[in-house]
Design a binder for this molecule. Sequence first.
Ligand SMILES: [Zn+2]
Length: 256
Amino acid sequence: MRFTILFFLIMNLIPSFLFSQNEQKVKIAVLIDDVGMKTDALDLFFEFGEKLNFAVLPFLPKSKECYEIILKSQNKAILHMPMQSMAHPEMNAKTVGMISIEMTNSLIENKLNEALGQFPNVEGFNNHMGSKFTSNSLKMNVVLQFGKARNLFFIDSNTYTKPSKNGKVENPETALAYNLAKNLGLKTFYNSFFIDNENEIPYIENALLEAARQALITGNLLIIGHYRQNTAQALCNMKQKMLQMGIEFVFITELF
Ligand SMILES: [Zn+2]
């Protein structure tokens, strides 16, 4: 009896994290970009059954509906803010709500306000396209100051530095907007790489495996995929293997 009491007393003095099964876990936040045109692929993503982050574009036919469904699913949604691209002027022209470096600061703030108005209560945002905008530190500072004033986190999708196809960005400091955000004191993170540069299930499965390997070597990371059936299917296919490797799928806010 006395031993039992002593045993429990000692056990209480030992920090509980020493017994945690998550002790060895490395965190990966999966962010799914370009949600908002259709609701049809959401169910397949939800079948994944682990925490997912969705980036919803504003002003699309199903933007608000997707946002509501994601919130009800217990997953997280952020604003996918359209920003001017360097390489795709034709895409710039048809991207609704996009901010560009030619705009005045107050117009940029108005556009951000309008986009945020679509998704009340989002905790953060990342850039849709944006190779031209995110590499302009003057204009990017306007966006980040706006985000900071509203306590939003910022994810650099890393479209400027062209993340490598099958590996972590060699030097995260080259993610320009991430660096700016960090200096301004925002909660921030950057995309290590896009997992579905090719819309083929085996390619995406390999990229996920590579992300897990990288995370185990270099620590927590964030990867971006797109709102497509193949990406959802590859995630479902690789889930068990990644969990067995010691990966924990998390919300972005768990990376800060
Ligand atoms: Zn996008």
